[in-house]
Ligand binder design. Structure first.
Ligand code: CP
Ligand code: NVA
Length: 308
């Protein structure tokens, strides 16, 4: 993991399979209380939020405190960034005070720009294109419940969004078969799918993109869904509810998966829309382990990128 020191954590495609697995191992160690003691003592992490958050904010903030460091919550409304100060100047100035930046933003290119000009590690806490910290927590959760990653099948049902993109890349990197079922017009980005196919080839696993939820869920070990309208798409909510008819994760759909499948959702969730209450609150659901694992996975990322 020493290769990650000083590096940004923007998207999973930037990391090797070995690096991803090593981060997961460190996360599991730290969760078990076996990690380094206060490895970020005296370090500060600025956390810029251009969108709402419950899990990302609290898990990074508490995680940073547990590592001996100090988090600063920086709302876009309060930063001069929100009044038009450039990303360049923001990156340069924050680099003089902080040891790292976590940012949740709209365009992924804004985060790339911040990282390019910052002299300190930048961690992506969700953009319109990716949610890599989420997928690290998801893989940690799958590994805990299934004992492995490689060779499993994960099915994602719903919008081809930021979460779907990180699932695609992360799964392909660790050799999980991944199937994504979305309504026509809501498929994941074609370039990201092509990239995932390349990584899957190297691992001997498969990538399937379909408009048929039953095909995706068939024999799956893991079933995943996310909201139909992401942050920033609130105006499309009604239209999307129409278009996503038939894409709800419910008992009928899950009957096509392996009998011991686990259900994941990054949260927040809408019971009765993308998932039925019987599934998300039922015995296959591990959503709160998954939410807890955000903190453990991110602590590993923070240590790898920021510790001396
Ligand atoms: N899953 C996730 O990122 O949740 P928040 O939006 O609450 O941070
Ligand atoms: N796709 C969702 C994920 C929230 C954690 C969104 O971007 O709003």
């Amino acid at each position: 993991l020493s290769a990650l020191k000083g590096k940004d954590f923007l998207k999973l495609a930037d990391f090797s399979t070995e690096e991803i697995l090593a981060l997961l191992e460190l996360a599991a160690d730290m969760k078990a209380g076996k990690g380094p003691v206060k490895p970020l003592a005296g370090k500060t992490l600025g956390m810029i939020f251009q969108k709402s958050s419950t899990r990302t904010r609290v898990s990074f903030e508490v995680g940073m405190l547990q590592l001996g460091g100090h988090p600063l919550f920086l709302s876009n409304n309060d930063l001069q960034l929100g009044r038009g100060e450039t990303i360049y100047d923001t990156a340069k100035v924050l680099s003089r005070y902080l040891d790292g930046i976590m940012i949740r933003a709209h365009g992924h290119e804004q985060v790339e720009e911040l990282a390019e000009h910052a002299d300190i590690p930048v961690i992506n806490g969700l953009t319109d294109s990716y949610h890599p910290c989420q997928m690290m927590a998801d893989m940690l959760t799958i590994q805990e419940h299934k004992g492995k990653l490689k060779g499993l099948k994960i099915a994602y049902i719903g919008d081809g969004n930021n979460v779907a993109h990180s699932i695609l890349i992360g799964s392909a990197k660790v050799g999980m078969d991944v199937a994504i079922a979305s309504p026509v017009g809501y498929e994941p980005d074609a370039d990201i799918v092509a990239q995932a196919e390349g990584f899957a080839n190297e691992q001997g696993s498969t990538v399937v993109i379909t408009n048929d939820p039953v095909e995706a869920v068939k024999d799956a070990d893991v079933i995943y869904t996310d909201v139909w309208a992401s942050m920033g798409q609130e105006a499309e909510q009604d239209e999307r509810v129409q278009k996503f008819t038939g894409f709800q994760v419910n008992e009928e759909l899950c009957s096509h998966a392996k009998s011991d499948f686990i259900f994941l959702h990054c949260l927040p969730a809408h019971r009765g829309e993308e998932v039925s209450a019987e599934i998300i609150d039922g015995k296959h659901s591990v959503i709160f382990d998954e939410a807890e694992n955000r903190m453990h996975a991110q602590k590993a990322i923070l240590v790898a990128c920021m510790a001396d």
